[in-house]
Design a protein around this ligand. Sequence first.
Ligand SMILES: O=P(O)(O)OC[C@H]1O[C@@H](O)[C@H](O)[C@@H](O)[C@@H]1O
Length: 345
Amino acid sequence: MPGFAQANDLQAWQQLQSHHSELGKNIVLKEYFEEDPQRFERFSRTFHNEADKSETLFDFSKNFITDETLKLLVQLAKEAKLEELRDDMFAGKKINFTENRAVYHVALRNVTNQPMEVDGKSVVEGVNEVLEHMKEFSEQVRSGKWKGYTGKKMNTIVNIGIGGSDLGPVMVSEALKPYGDRNLKLHFVSNIDGTHMAEALRDSDPETTLFLVASKTFTTAETTTNANTAKNWFLGHAKEASHIAKHFVALSTNEEEVTKFGIDKKNMFGFSDWVGGRYSVWSAIGLSVCLFIGFDNFHEFLAGAHSMDKHFKETPLEENIPVLGGLLSVWYSDFFGAQTHLVSP
Ligand SMILES: O=P(O)(O)OC[C@H]1O[C@@H](O)[C@H](O)[C@@H](O)[C@@H]1O
């Protein structure tokens, strides 16, 4: 496995620095377009989504770049061994060297069931089992077959989680709102400040509320505190601890802590430590999204990402949309000192 070089030790980095100084600070995009009528064609790529046959245009012609910039950025990626690291990632190798783990969220959206393994063991079956569980559960909740402790259908979902166990699902459920079930209220509680939970509970009925305790480790202070608040609130109404089973599920890798909290392991949706927090919306952590938009749409969401994974894996760097997007971030943050980078639809 290739190691990680310091980016600024690479030859292309020095060249990019000189190139940046030569370009100067007064780049006028209007002039670039006037000088080169083909600029849009040269600095745009189209992603062909094999999942739904749609096309997405990636237009990066309005960036502060020239042919030389693109050439040097791609050279930088090559010198940094991006291709080797990408291939190692897809091969399930432990490129997360600080934790000695694979970085394998791509296996969560492997909808064509390509062989994928970590430590010589296939992960395909385990991923599909959890997806099957998510399908069955989300269909029961959405249809009303899953009933609360007084026999009512669920109409409120409260996801309790923070960081990757919150932000991914928040962003995706917001973005995919048009596909959402408008009869289902969705709350995401992350903040340790009690107001966040208090506001969600104010809007919830214990008889019809389902809590998703989302935590990869199940030891995160904010999440366990908020989950205990929710449990106490619920038990204040339902009284019987046995009713928890109908109203609390866990999305986690830590069965021991989940059980200690009082959630039955059959109501646990698991995933593996090779899922990084920031990518976990593709795992069981995405259950809130799945409940909101339905399993079929959730599966399409996975299929679209799988198609993008294929593009990332097989496309030369010059044509590779996620690589180009990443390199532009390097260009702006490291050479222009930009602190924000807008990507707009
Ligand atoms: O899902 P957990 O284990 O509760 O962790 C929540 C977040 O905790 C943060 O400390 C991590 O930096 C994030 O990556 C993570 O998503």
